[in-house]
Design a protein around this ligand. Structure first.
Ligand code: GLA
Length: 664
């Protein structure tokens, strides 16, 4: 039972990772004064402080943390107190070499970075529990404690003997016996049949392609193993004081072997870290997508709201070079997360360290100190968030849902697929981006989530379809919901075994099509479409079986054959899209599909480049991503300035307006 979460008090959370262990106490006092000036009310403390908390096995030095928490409390700032288990100290690695992780190539890693442990190794788990217990015993009732922040960005894997044994146990639980495992992994192929559990290993380096079922289950196994590492810490923290919520910060990316939707049922608050890789307009699209993902996990897991636990106050680390955020971008992106349901804004990090591997990562207090643009912008953001106090419980209104499934992403990464680079998260993001540009707000939901209020469900390369998923989709359509399915969705069952009889085996009848052959396209290939625009990445031989053709391939081997179809099911349409339309075509297509489902843009009067998010608490967020002032029809009160809005609000270039709309 949890109570009094930080966001329940009214103010939105504001702060970030603070590392007092890197600084002398006089800097702590300066930091806290600066935090107060910036309006900070929550800081994550102790994330990587294990060697400072336990310099030798069993010898704990907590006095400094006592002082830090007391100092925060005295200044009205609350703590998301972290367990430091993402970075065991050197003594741990020397003492327990068997707990150092082994790569798929059989290389045992050594100490020198972070995250260098095997989460299936008993010694690591014991040590992690024991340091968490020490913190729980000392701080569970500290008045500064608002939230437990377990670990940091779970996502590591390993192939050591401990892992192998744990993987076998996990498989035995999942399948019961070897026959079922052989069946699921189709081990009749390439003489892989297992006759004894001792033969089953982790997917280490192989001569040629590894078994796809084994790879998929290995990721599921890691998701469950890491989850158990989290829940055992959570349970002991909860036992120490059930009133304090517990969470862990999610790292996004389909390389992460974590099924965040499933984890959302085990955290008291979904907390995500978000660092867009794009530096131009793509960054706003990525921000909206990440926020809607988090929102979906929260809505169908821990409950409302969710929290942006880490973001960059300034520099974005992209491949090859760092990109400095231009003025306004940090505030606009932060408020984009809040618009989409974040209970606040947290940064990595508060103060930039002088050394260490991430010395050039962005910070609110940069190497230049507080006399800086970034600090002034952070202070302004703190004031804006204060104006939005009490709005965390507001819910976003959306009538389109995009299905997102971690396992489908993992399955498509198998190198034996018909094309490299197949990417379910990327396709989900592409659908979301098309809707974003159409001004239509979308939910992103895990398969099986309740679809009340959803008029159009989109399945973007949702490769895996268990019988339960198929049933979920059918129920939506038979209840009158519209459906749009893109290529590669429903091709395989939950083990990655192809559903036979023509693609997409799971949804052929709903879609009124049968796909006979795949024709993957080269990276630089485009196929013209008769309805306008082009298709990329993928194409297929589609035979209509009840569906009408909306757009056909125009040229190439598929000339004249259907590319996009729709099938009437009751009063609804079930669309099939057998290629990836270019962005404009995809936007038009989704606008039409949404329109036929009765879904219109959130704010039809907003110009392109103005993002509008409407919520059930009466707030309309308007984010102007353009370089021009934008006039948007609205009526009510602008919350950030207090100005009355009488028909039109002007949103500054790169700025944000939040209108509390008048109920007509
Ligand atoms: C992640 C981690 C942080 C830090 C930042 C750097 O989100 O959780 O510890 O490494 O990235 O951007």
């Amino acid at each position: 039972m949890t109570t009094k979460a930080p966001w329940d008090d009214g103010p939105l959370c504001y702060g970030g990772d603070w590392n007092p262990e890197q600084w002398p106490p006089e800097v702590w006092r300066e930091d806290v004064a600066l935090m107060r000036a910036a309006g900070v009310n929550l800081v994550t403390v102790g994330v990587f402080a294990w060697s400072r908390l336990e310099p030798e096995p069993g010898r704990h030095t907590l006095d400094w943390l006592d002082d830090v928490l007391d100092l925060l409390h005295a200044n009205g700032i609350r703590a998301a107190l972290a367990t430091p288990t993402a970075s065991p100290p050197p003594w741990f690695s020397l003492r327990h070499p068997d707990a150092l992780p082994v790569t798929a190539d059989g290389v045992r890693l050594t100490h020198g970075s972070r995250d260098t442990y095997c989460a299936a190794a008993p010694a690591y788990r014991d040590a992690a529990r024991s340091i968490a217990e020490v913190l729980a015993a000392r701080y569970a009732h500290h008045p500064a404690l608002a939230l437990w922040h377990v670990h940091n960005e779970y996502g590591t894997t390993c192939h050591c003997p401990h892992t192998e044994a744990a993987f076998r146990r996990w498989l035995a639980t999942r399948y019961g016996d070897l026959d079922a495992l052989n069946d699921a992994w189709v081990t009749s192929f390439w003489s892989q049949h297992y006759s004894d559990w001792a033969q089953v290993g982790t997917p280490r380096a192989t001569q040629y392609l590894a078994n796809p079922g084994q790879l998929l289950d290995f990721r599921r196994f890691w998701s469950d193993t890491l989850l158990s590492a989290y829940t055992e810490q959570r349970d002991l923290l909860r036992a120490a004081n059930p009133a304090v919520p517990v969470t862990t910060n999610y790292v996004l990316g389909d390389w992460v072997p974590v099924d965040h939707a499933r984890w959302a049922r085990e955290v008291d608050l979904v907390a995500v870290d978000h660092y867009p890789s794009a530096t131009g307009a793509g960054a706003e699209e990525q921000t909206a997508f990440a926020a809607d993902l988090a929102r979906g996990w929260a809505r169908h897991g821990s409950g409302w709201p969710w929290l942006l636990m880490e973001s960059a106050p300034n520099q974005i680390h992209t491949a090859g070079r760092m990109h400095t955020k231009e003025p306004g971008r940090m505030t606009r992106h932060s408020l984009a997360h809040v618009a989409r349901g974040s209970a606040g804004v947290m940064f990595f990090q508060w103060r930039a360290p002088a050394g260490g591997a991430e010395r050039f990562h962005s910070a609110v207090v940069s190497h230049a100190g507080a006399d800086s643009r970034v600090f002034r912008e952070a202070t302004d953001l703190g004031a804006a968030l204060a104006r939005l106090a009490g709005t965390a419980p507001g819910r976003v209104e959306a009538a389109v849902a995009i299905a997102y499934d971690a396992a489908s992403g993992w399955a498509l990464r198998h190198p034996g697929m018909p094309r490299d680079g197949l990417d379910h998260p990327g396709e989900a993001a592409a659908a979301h981006r098309a809707l974003w540009h159409a001004g239509v707000t979308a939910d992103v939901v895990p398969p099986g989530a309740p679809l009340d209020g959803c008029r159009l469900l989109v399945l973007p390369a949702l490769y895996l379809a268990s019988d339960a998923t198929v049933d979920w989709v059918r129920r939506h359509v038979h209840a009158g919901g519209h459906l749009l399915v893109t290529w590669l969705s429903g091709v395989a069952d939950e083990h990655g075994r192809v559903r036979l009889g023509g693609y997409p085996g799971a949804y052929r009848d709903l879609l009124g099509v049968r796909v006979e052959e795949f024709h993957p396209l080269a990276d630089d290939e485009h196929v013209p479409l008769s309805g306008g625009g082009t298709g990329r990445i993928w194409s297929e031989t589609v035979h209509p079986a009840g569906a009408e053709t909306v757009s056909a391939y125009a040229g190439g081997v598929l000339d004249g054959r259907p590319a996009i179809t729709r099938h009437r099911v009751g009063d609804a349409y079930a669309w099939y899209v057998s290629t990836r339309p270019d962005d404009d075509t995809y936007r038009h297509l989704l606008t039409e599909a949404a329109g036929l489902a009765g879904v219109t843009p959130t704010c039809p009067g907003a110009a392109p480049g103005v993002e509008a998010v409407r919520r059930d608490d009466g707030l309309l967020y308007l984010l102007n991503h353009t370089d021009e002032p934008q006039r948007v029809p609205a009526a009510g009160c602008e919350v950030l300035t207090g100005a009355t809005v009488d028909g039109v609000v002007t949103v500054a270039p790169g700025g944000v307006a939040v209108v509390r709309e008048e109920v007509p």
